[in-house]
Design a protein around this ligand. Structure first.
Ligand SMILES: Cc1cc2nc3c(=O)[nH]c(=O)nc-3n(C[C@H](O)[C@H](O)[C@H](O)COP(=O)(O)O)c2cc1C
Length: 177
């Protein structure tokens, strides 16, 4: 499989990045893996004009970094979303990417399966509930196969995830795909 990991933390060397790297280390044993830090791309929010539904080639009128992300998504068999929890949601940069998938262009995608990787400062498991629910609804809507989730609470400072057991879980999730 071609596996595309979209990481949504704006800070470099983030807990999200470290978790995604563990997953990628396992997954790359048997698959082609690309990690894309979405904050390296300038992607505007969807403005809801729906003009992509009628425009030639279904291109968005916004000529921004999403063109590169669309190309990567079109090449992916599996999509992994990795994000910090920001006010019980995913990061805004990552949400922009997901909203920009409201386009007929996605008929070119061949994504069949997904996984979810999250980190949060709080140790309460409920901190992930809203994102997990949204993830499950989207997986169901697109008839994706959920390959698994790794949720890591109690990590606040950059790099605090080092040594956590969940890194092994992420590695094995990738390795066992
Ligand atoms: C804008 C913002 C909102 C946050 N909201 C939450 C939250 O709702 N719950 C929580 O547990 N942690 C919250 N955090 C803490 C981050 O989830 C935590 O620091 C995480 O480790 C950041 O991941 P990163 O290292 O990948 O950037 C928030 C942090 C920021 C910057």
């Amino acid at each position: 499989m071609n596996i595309l990991i979209l990481t949504g933390s704006p800070r470099k060397g983030s807990n999200t990045d470290i978790l995604a790297k563990s997953f990628a280390d396992g997954a790359s044993i048997n698959h082609n893996v690309e990690i894309v830090s979405v904050c390296d791309y300038k992607v505007n929010p969807c403005v809801g004009c729906n003009s992509c539904f009628t425009r030639e080639g279904n291109k968005c009128f916004q000529n921004d970094g999403m063109a590169d992300i669309y190309a990567k998504m079109a090449n992916a068999d599996m999509l992994v979303v990795a994000s910090p929890v920001y006010f019980y949601g995913i990061s805004a940069q990552l949400k922009n990417i997901i909203d920009r998938c409201h386009t007929p262009m996605r008929k070119n995608f061949k994504i069949k399966s997904t996984a979810l990787l999250l980190v949060a400062g709080s140790s309460k498991s409920c901190v992930f509930d809203a994102i997990v629910k949204q993830y499950e609804l989207i997986v169901d809507y697109f008839h994706f196969e959920d390959k698994g989730r790794v949720l890591v609470g109690g990590v606040n400072d950059k790099g605090a995830i080092a040594g956590r057991e969940e890194l092994k879980q992420a590695y094995l999730l990738g390795k066992n795909l």
